[in-house]
Design a protein around this ligand. Structure first.
Ligand code: FES
Length: 348
């Protein structure tokens, strides 16, 4: 029979179970408790905490991260410590974006996909030893040669292994997007190395709430919302979800089949694509008009919801105003990430 123990976090009183083959960090993450980490292999010390009561056993780790004297004093590296009894721990939980250190990280371009003519999906590979911690919905900034920066939301969930993903809309004349879409010489190619800084931003899931969620995405504003939905799915967070994705024409729904798959795989998940400029040849029979209006029509009372919206400022401002004024959405249950398409300066 597998042995399992109970862990209690002193500051919050939260409790979670741990199996004998799990590290404290793995057990916490499996049960939706965010603890800080860096390398995940006992080298950096980012995951250090204190064992107030109980016994732990460490895998191999660097003495610089945790010395023998630290261990005797009760400190532990949660990324490589296993429980040998029930534990009472002093640990810093991550509740906010500010709890995660912002770092500069190199990355290699693994793939440049082009699902439509004006959207590119970049896959970024980090160095093998790098564990980049972020909250689903946050963004990074590319550090360009002349000191300029370009911000893009991460479209992958933090608990997903593998490459990071970004969705980039082509804005003709935009310094970085022209580079990505092959309009400059040289232009971005697979295997190129870039550097970014992150994670940044306060657009992330408030997972202490159990309220149903309405997601409103416009264009590539879908990217951080995809990350949040994947995180919800991976962590089995059972909150009802309505996803509204607004684009101009049906072909602009560049990950439409993924959304349809979510609607089949995730319980209480509704997907509503909304088209603003359908042409007769599109033969579109679904919802039309402005994406936030579709959400408003379906949810005249948002009094018991949370809304997460990402897109251009005009959509965000209208959604905020109308949802709070007309649909009783509490002011503090509206979360938004707005980007400025025209300038190629801001997120997405
Ligand atoms: S995460 Fe680096 S030592 Fe634990």
């Amino acid at each position: 029979m597998r042995v399992s123990y109970q862990i209690t976090l002193k500051s919050s009183g939260k409790q979670f179970s741990i199996q004998e083959d799990e590290t404290i960090l793995e057990a916490a993450s499996r049960q939706n408790i965010n603890l800080p980490y860096g390398c995940k292999n006992g080298a950096c010390g980012s995951c250090i905490g204190k064992v107030i009561d109980g016994r732990v056993r460490h895998d191999q780790h660097s003495q610089a991260a945790l010395s023998s004297a630290d261990e005797v004093s009760g400190f532990a590296l949660f990324c490589c410590a296993h429980a040998e009894s029930d534990l009472l721990l002093e640990a810093r939980e991550i509740h906010r974006n500010s709890d995660i250190a912002i770092r500069k990280v190199p990355c290699r371009i693994n793939a440049i996909l082009r699902p439509t003519t004006d959207v590119a999906i970049l896959k970024l590979q980090l160095p093998a030893a790098e564990r980049f911690q972020f909250l689903a919905g946050q963004y990074i900034e590319f550090l360009l040669k002349d000191g300029q920066r370009r911000a893009y939301s991460l479209a992958t969930a933090p608990s997903q292994e593998g490459a990071l993903e970004l969705h980039i809309k082509h804005l003709p004349g935009g310094l970085f997007t022209d580079f990505v879409f092959g309009k400059t010489s040289p232009s971005l190619k697979e295997k190129d190395i870039l550097r970014f800084e992150g994670p940044m931003g306060s657009f992330f899931l408030r997972d202490e709430s159990k309220k149903p969620i309405i997601f409103v995405a416009a264009g590539t504003g879908f990217a951080p919302i995809k990350a949040i939905i994947e995180e919800i799915h991976l962590k089995n967070i059972g909150r009802p979800i309505s996803l509204y994705w607004g684009v101009r024409r049906p072909n602009d729904l560049y990950l439409n089949s993924l959304c349809q798959d979510w609607a089949k795989a995730i319980k209480d998940f509704q997907y509503i694509p909304v088209i603003s400029d359908a042409l007769p040849e599109d033969a579109w029979t679904g919802r039309i008009g402005l994406v936030h209006k579709a959400a408003l029509q379906d949810h005249p009372d948002m009094g018991n919801h949370q809304v997460y919206a990402c897109g251009a400022p005009v959509m965000i401002n209208a959604a905020h105003k109308e949802f709070t004024n007309l649909c009783h959405l509490p002011e503090d249950e509206f979360f938004a990430d707005s980007f400025v398409n025209a300038s190629d300066l801001a997120v997405n």
